[in-house]
Design a protein around this ligand. Structure first.
Ligand code: ADP
Length: 460
């Protein structure tokens, strides 16, 4: 459904991206907030207790060094008005007591003396309006100094911080959403461009259209668009290749088809006897066979040239392959009194499609025998040249005139001298296309009257 309506796909992908981004952003922000709050609250907690510890220490020293009266004066100083003070004597009697003024509801009796003396930890006391905490310290003479504070101040501060964090959620959600929209827009922009290009190709059937690569686009977008464009290049070249095949086939088959029709028409119009009619039919069959062969070879050449030909490359001993082809043509060469010389090692491995390479070698050997007069010789060599393997087929035949050398690779081209010989003019086009499909190339050097050397270069 989405493929039929790309807009829907985009909408849904963008919605999903925004949602994911927003959710992940909110969750991570919440985690950071909670962590920060817990660090701050424990800091405030410790800070407030540290003050009590310090006061206990300082007052303990003051009492030891300067006596009870000085401690009393110190306890009743204005600075300490928010702190509870109590000095408990050895018999549990209260010696000094200062209760902060705003502790109206606090009942000092709730703070058990015996418990205060024994307890080394903090003692908490719950009140109706506020909660309190107390810490005691045994002084040098066995008396116990007890200080306390309301937990209210601390709780109020933490409540305020909590409020700040809770209110921060609104801008976090807002930022998350805006960020999500921005990210989704950026992430999907190459896909949107591709969809636009696809739409325009589909609606206008213009295969030449390409998605633009924005200079500011990120690496992913550039890669995606470049890949998409090269896929379109490939499709375009395949379509053009097919079109060329069709054009060529139509063009190249026109002459033999006309000839075929001419033969048939002539036979129909004349009042020939049965024997002549039979001959005309057999001419027609021969011509149609030629047409079929031409058609098949043309298709092979075009497929190999456009890269549509499916090769099956494997490691093959090319020496064995050539042996087979030489055996096949040995009889024809012998009949024509042309000698075939094999000049190559018994083993020479190359990665090739053996069926197609056999066809290539057969075409070249067939030509060499065809264009070499009796008494001549043909050498087949295989050598290494740098990173390449070179297969050479040298003949002592009629050679090729300079002005024809460039044309011999064209489809259906036949040299002037060779018209008397059988052939379609497609052998060398197929050789070039197949060797090209193997990522190799072919070369020819020729001396009219002395012979030709056809060399196939293949990656070794
Ligand atoms: P065909 O042999 O059917 O004419 P090819 O495509 O095989 O077609 O060859 C194209 C032309 O190249 C030939 O017509 C001929 O003129 C020339 N040619 C190819 N091989 C040789 C050769 N070994 N010696 C001389 N001419 C050659």
């Amino acid at each position: 459904m989405f493929l039929k309506n790309p807009k829907l796909l985009f909408k849904s992908s963008s919605f999903r991206l925004i949602t994911w981004y927003t959710v992940i952003f909110i969750i991570s922000s919440l985690i950071i907030n909670i962590y920060t709050y817990s660090v701050i609250s424990s800091f405030i907690y410790e800070q407030s207790r540290d003050e009590i510890y310090e006061d206990l220490d300082e007052m303990g020293v003051l009492y030891e060094e300067e006596g009870l009266e000085t401690l009393k004066e110190d306890v009743f100083e204005d600075d300490y008005e928010s702190i509870f003070h109590r000095l408990i004597g050895n018999e549990g009697q209260t010696i000094i007591l200062r209760i902060p003024e705003d502790w109206d509801e606090f009942n000092v009796n709730k703070l058990d003396v015996a418990n205060s003396l024994n307890n080394k930890e903090w003692i908490s006391v719950e009140g109706d309006e506020q909660d309190y905490e107390f810490k005691s310290k045994v002084l040098f003479d066995g008396t116990v100094l007890q200080l306390g504070q309301s937990m209210d101040k601390r709780e109020n501060l933490l409540a305020k911080i909590r409020k700040v964090f809770i209110f921060a959620i609104i801008p976090i959600v807002l930022f998350a959403y805006i960020g999500g929209v921005f990210i989704a827009d950026r992430a999907l922009s190459p896909i949107r461009q591709l969809i636009n290009t696809l739409n325009s190709i589909v609606s206008s059937a213009r295969i030449k259209e390409r998605a633009p690569v924005a200079p500011a686009a990120d690496k992913f977008s550039k890669e995606l668009i470049t890949l998409f464009n090269s896929m379109l290049d490939k499709i375009e070249s395949l379509i053009n290749g097919m079109k060329n095949i069709l054009d060529n086939v139509a063009h190249d088959l026109r002459t033999p088809m006309t000839r075929l029709r001419g033969t048939a028409e002539m036979a129909l119009q004349s009042e020939n006897n049965e024997h002549e009619l039979r001959e005309a039919i057999s001419d027609c069959i021969e011509e149609s066979e030629r047409i079929l062969l031409t058609l098949n070879t043309l298709m092979d050449v075009s497929e190999a040239e456009t890269g549509a030909l499916k090769l099956n490359p494997e490691r093959n001993n090319i020496a064995e392959l050539i042996d087979g082809v030489v055996d096949l043509y040995g009889y024809v060469a012998e009949e024509k009194k042309v000698s075939l010389n094999k000049i190559y090692p018994a083993e020479f491995f190359l990665t090739i499609d053996s069926n197609w390479m056999r066809q290539v070698l057969a075409n070249l050997l067939d030509n060499a025998i065809k264009y070499t007069p009796p008494g001549g010789k043909i050498d087949i060599e295989v050598v290494h040249k740098g990173t390449k393997a070179v297969i050479k087929i040298k003949d002592t035949g009629i050679g090729i005139p300079k002005e024809e050398l460039e044309n011999i690779w064209e489809r259906l081209y036949r040299g002037d001298e060779s018209r008397t010989q059988r052939g379609l003019g497609l052998g060398l086009s197929l050789v070039k296309a197949i060797v090209g499909a193997h990522r190799g190339y072919v070369e020819v050097t020729s001396e009219p009257g002395s012979g030709s050397i056809f060399s196939i270069y293949l990656p070794a």
